[in-house]
Design a protein around this ligand. Sequence first.
Ligand SMILES: C[S@@+](CC[C@H](N)C(=O)[O-])C[C@H]1O[C@@H](n2cnc3c(N)ncnc32)[C@H](O)[C@@H]1O
Length: 198
Amino acid sequence: MSNDVSRETEERLHAFQALVKKWNPRINLVSSSTLSVFWDRHIVDSLQISQHILPKCGRWVDLGSGGGFPGVVLAVVFAEQDLDFILVESDQRKATFLRTAIRELSLDKVKVICDRIENVPPLQADHVSARALAPLSLLLSFVDRHMSRDGTAWLLKGENWQREVQEAQSDWAFNLESFPSMTSSEAALLKVSEVSHV
Ligand SMILES: C[S@@+](CC[C@H](N)C(=O)[O-])C[C@H]1O[C@@H](n2cnc3c(N)ncnc32)[C@H](O)[C@@H]1O
């Protein structure tokens, strides 16, 4: 996957990886058990969203960004596109990390909101992303709050994704397309649109 991005983008992604690894002992940004497989587990896992995105413009909101996955990775990959990024993260220390990463990577179209997703006024996003944030049903309430009517959400889900979809369908109507994860045989990338409460 790293061959699919420009040399400059790859250098920036390596710089981001180094930053996360530097801060990780102080703030638990990623599980220490994943540090040895960092590139695949976190960078490639985030990057897999980028190949689906057209048009590459508008407002992108990443919910529960934590250490910047997938939000910062996508902001690096789309740095030359007409996309503005908002990363929503309620943990102060992680938000400080995200602001530092944005500054050090010279990402000028990325903003961090340090607050709970439920408290942030609706952001009217064209694109929403989230990984490891909440069960799909709760996640869809966040998506419903912050995604514009024509927007699309890109949700990285683990091995229980099919059960989560079934459960979510009792509360939500939505269009769903699923793609096998590129980094885990059981996981999936969910493309969700037209979300409404039933
Ligand atoms: C398990 S971590 C995942 C972080 C990142 N998306 C990743 O995949 O590595 C979930 C993150 O969401 C944040 N979070 C959880 N609930 C939130 C909420 N209601 N509003 C804002 N952030 C929230 C947590 O502080 C944490 O950083």
